[in-house]
Design a protein around this ligand. Structure first.
Ligand code: AMP
Length: 503
């Protein structure tokens, strides 16, 4: 099949229809978006970007930043968004691993990025937080028509990096077919239409805000109100004229604290979607009681797009992530033997379908290790399927912390802390946090007492790790609890400090 962009433009009969209302009041029709994507695509081509080349972007959320995704796909290249919180030290790995031919960044970080770009021969252009910059100025000179580059369904449209448990991030390769199939499935499943107005308050470097929210809006001809970030006050104001909100659980926890949240305020809304981290059953119930709406929880990941969703009609079960989406197969297998398990038995969640990625960028062995011979992807999430067919996630096999919707792999932080003078070893855990879901917490054993304190460790991490990965608290112990095989018992630590932020 063809380029994802061709599929989108064929699916958009009304170019005059509103696509985006920006926070500053600027309205973009579908025609405006497509014209801007053509202009940006011309700039990419002029910079030497060819079919299959990577275009990396570390930019704040703005309409031109989102259109850069469409333009890259149109030019036949591969879009590679990077979390805006990544430091230069972290970017060094992503840039040298993905070898982009163009990097788009904030003008403020251009000097540092230029040095990384020079190592791989990449060009650098900019987009600033309000959507201006060298890329956007160059685009203004270009034609609003562009012949979309032909691509096959199996060709890459995007690479999104996931954090790696062993310290190395992996680039998940997503094809034109992957993105298209998931977008159209969700449009139908969640009943999106051109009448919908989505409040878009998610970041656009992650699968949730980039693909779920944006592609579902575009492929249904709906419109979105584009906020630079989550802002409960603003969302309360917008809900009276919007129809849908997609959020991470933290959004709902924060909105529940708003004194004006009530049935009247949300009477124009038809759908609240939650995902990327577990939504507490209590939050689900509280939301229903206050607003009369059952939050629709779904489950997906960078590598697979969305896998399951609670139903549009029918029970949206608190604590469950719903049914496998149409065309997606979900099964539970014993993590050790691989044997398939019966209803209600807990094991590894495995998925297969047109939504599932092509593999990890330049990591054929990792890719092979995470797929079963019959094509099922081993998600790393532990769960079960109940007698009614609802999937439940009960834990994560991969020792992952999810804080404010972002994934943090303890190993990466432990390696940084362990490298500090005065530190003997460390264990990083996630413990319940009222705001973030889980709070990153480091348990540290020092070589001698008073060698290094909490402040010194936190300060030293500031330039090394993105803010969301930095521990909120450091606890000092004489020894880490270990089992007879010598493995650190993180579950013991999690239990011991379960009330650290909530008690
Ligand atoms: P990411 O690749 O950043 O989208 O993170 C994917 C991981 O987030 C999954 O493997 C799950 O562990 C977790 N996740 C996503 N949605 C949910 C959900 N609704 N409930 C619990 N965990 C979730």
């Amino acid at each position: 099949m063809s380029n994802l962009f061709d599929r989108l433009s064929r699916n958009t009969p009304n170019l005059a229809a509103r696509a985006i209302e920006n926070i500053d009041g600027t309205i973009y029709s579908y025609g405006d978006l497509f014209a801007l994507s053509a202009q940006i695509a011309h700039v990419l081509v002029a910079q030497g970007v060819k079919s299959g080349d990577r275009v990396a972007a570390q930019v704040e959320k703005s309409v031109p930043a989102l259109v850069l995704y469409l333009a890259t796909v149109r030019a036949g290249a591969v879009y590679l968004p990077l979390n805006t919180a990544y430091t230069l030290a972290e970017l060094d790995y992503f840039i040298s691993d993905s070898e982009p031919s163009l990097i788009v960044c904030d003008p403020a970080s251009e000097p540092g990025i230029q040095q990384l770009a020079a190592k791989v021969g990449a060009k650098v252009l900019t987009i600033d937080p309000v959507g201006k910059g060298s890329l956007v100025s160059a685009a203004a000179e270009q034609s609003p028509e562009f012949n979309t580059v032909a691509r096959q369904g199996d060709d890459l449209a995007a690479i999104l990096y996931t954090s790696g448990t062993t310290g190395r991030s992996k680039g998940a390769m997503l094809t034109h077919d992957n993105l298209h199939s998931n977008a159209t499935t969700l449009v139908e499943y969640w009943r999106f239409s051109s009448k919908d107005v989505l409040i878009h308050a998610l970041p656009i470097y992650h699968t949730h805000g980039l693909f779920v929210a944006s592609n579902v809006t575009f492929f249904s001809g709906a419109s979105m109100i584009f906020l630079p970030k989550f802002d409960p006050e603003k969302i309360m104001e917008l809900m009276v004229r919007a129809t849908c909100l997609m959020g991470v659980p933290t959004f709902y926890v924060r909105l529940l604290q708003h004194p004006k949240l009530n049935k009247e305020n949300v009477k124009n809304m038809r759908l609240f979607v939650s995902g990327s981290a577990p939504l507490l059953a209590d939050t689900h119930r509280e939301w229903s009681a206050k607003t009369g709406h059952a939050i629709l929880e779904r489950y997906g990941m960078t590598e697979t797009n969305m896998n399951t969703s609670n139903p549009y009609d029918g029970d949206r079960v608190p604590g469950a992530v719903g049914y496998p989406l149409p065309g997606v197969s979900v099964r539970i297998a014993d993590p050790e033997s691989g044997k398939l398990l019966a209803a209600d038995e807990i094991g590894m969640i495995e998925v297969k379908g047109p939504n599932v990625f092509k593999g990890y960028w330049r990591m054929p062995e990792k890719t092979e290790a995470e797929f079963k011979p019959d094509g099922f992807f081993i998600t790393g999430d532990l769960g079960k399927i109940d007698a009614r067919g609802y999937v439940h996630i009960v834990g994560r096999g991969k020792d992952l912390i999810i804080t404010g919707g972002f994934n943090v792999y303890p190993k990466e932080i432990e390696s940084e802390i362990d490298a500090m003078p005065g530190v003997f070893e460390s264990a990083v855990i996630g413990v319940p946090h009222p705001d973030f879901g889980e709070g990153v917490t480091a348990v540290v054993v020092r070589t001698k007492p008073d060698q290094i304190d909490e402040k010194a460790i936190i300060n030293a991490l500031q330039d090394r790790l993105a803010k969301f990965k930095q521990p909120k608290k450091i606890i000092f112990l004489d020894d880490l609890p270990r089992n007879t095989m010598g493995k650190v018992q993180k579950n013991v630590l999690r239990d011991q400090y379960a009330n650290l932020y909530t008690g």
